[in-house]
Ligand binder design. Structure first.
Ligand code: NAI
Length: 328
């Protein structure tokens, strides 16, 4: 099977090339360009293409892929909101994805953000590089003995609960469904979680219900000096309200791996650009805010799991043994 990879970054190529020798039946070529109506025809002569979260797999693209003989779309991610599944069905193209790879990767990044912002690591790193060994402004807070409030206790939220438990925190959670593996967690209603947690970490998906769940109304319910972490989806938080809340000194620290305006930034180097909107810049102007660029998933283990499942999907398709669980 010949597979054309779109939107390849160095870390994708490295992780796939590491395991490709185990898949000698698959022939792979990497393209830096992302999949779009202009680049879809490059797939002529390939049996499958591999795409990512920001690839355009719309009707027009799917039709072009089909005309050029592509039979399989391999998404090397969990999400598939960018794929026109009806068009794929109609054109006889199978779409497979990677439903889960490493919840611990994201949970560990959430804790990394929480610790960094709480112990002011982002400030001390810069200060010491400038030979400024003063401790003024670096006073942190212990997590031991404090209360963690985890919103959403699926795969990633459960991993975050276990990490917080290991830190000696009392762990409470809010979710519509209890996770039976978390016998040390106390489930509470959202208001209780907001008003009694010292660290709040968001791990629920973005839905109509959860859109802007963190806004002025919910921020006002939080304890003063709370630490807020979001590694889930930017629009869970109404950024303007977060900025107002931070100006009102509600937060000890805020750690964000995702934020509302990230779409044009994610995985791109924009260091020479003058950014049009000021929300990201305003967030970054606060000394108690750390922003990373949607890198929660980015560990060697997660990348290897993504590579392996993607190539297994290709092989299963070739062998006619597609597991329903992977089929979108
Ligand atoms: P999951 O599906 O295993 O768990 C989600 C949990 O949230 C479920 O238990 C569900 O009942 C709960 N939930 C749904 N709506 C809720 C609400 N309104 N309030 C409280 N709980 C609610 O999902 P998983 O794998 O744990 O992922 C969580 C989120 O993490 C994803 O939706 C995604 O947005 C984000 N993510 C971020 C990554 C990153 O690199 N930063 C990478 C992968 C996922």
């Amino acid at each position: 099977m010949k597979i054309l990879f779109y939107d390849t970054k160095k870390y994708d190529r490295d992780s796939f090339e590491k395991i490709l020798p185990e898949y000698s039946d698959l022939e792979v070529e990497f393209l830096e360009a992302d999949l779009s109506p202009r680049t879809a025809a490059l797939a002529k002569g390939y049996d499958a293409i591999c795409a990512f979260v920001s690839s355009d797999v719309s009707e027009k693209v799917v039709e072009c892929l089909a005309v050029n003989g592509v039979k399989l779309v391999l998404m090397r991610c969990a999400g598939f909101n960018n794929v026109d599944l009806d068009a794929a069905n109609r054109c006889g193209i199978t779409v497979l994805r990677v439903p889960g790879y490493s919840p611990e990767a994201v949970a560990e990044h959430a804790m990394a953000l929480a610790l960094a912002v709480t112990r002011r690591i982002h400030k001390s790193y810069i200060k010491v590089r400038e030979n400024n060994f003063s401790l003024v402004g670096l006073t942190g807070m212990n997590f031991y003995g404090k209360t963690a409030g985890i919103i959403g206790t699926g795969k990633i939220g459960a991993a975050m609960c276990r990490i917080c438990h290991g830190f000696g925190m009392k762990v409470q959670a809010y979710d519509m469904y209890r996770n039976p593996s978390l016998d040390f967690v106390e489930y509470v209603d959202l208001d209780t979680l907001l008003s009694t947690s010292d660290l709040i970490s968001l791990h629920c998906p973005l839905t109509d219900d959860s859109y802007h769940m963190i806004c002025t109304e919910t921020i006002n319910k939080m304890k003063d000096n709370v630490i807020l972490v979001n590694t889930s989806r930017g629009a869970l938080i109404k950024t303007e309200d977060l900025i107002t809340g931070n100006r009102n000194k509600k937060f000890f620290g805020i750690g964000l791996d995702v934020y509302e305006e990230e779409t044009n930034n994610v995985f791109e180097n924009r260091e020479d650009d003058i950014l049009e909107s000021s929300i990201t810049a305003r967030l970054l102007s606060f000394p108690n805010v750390i922003v990373t660029s949607h890198q929660g998933f980015l560990t060697e283990e997660a990348l290897e799991a993504i590579s392996r499942t993607t190539l297994d999907n290709a092989r299963d398709y070739e062998n006619g043994t597609i597991k329903d669980i992977n089929a979108v």
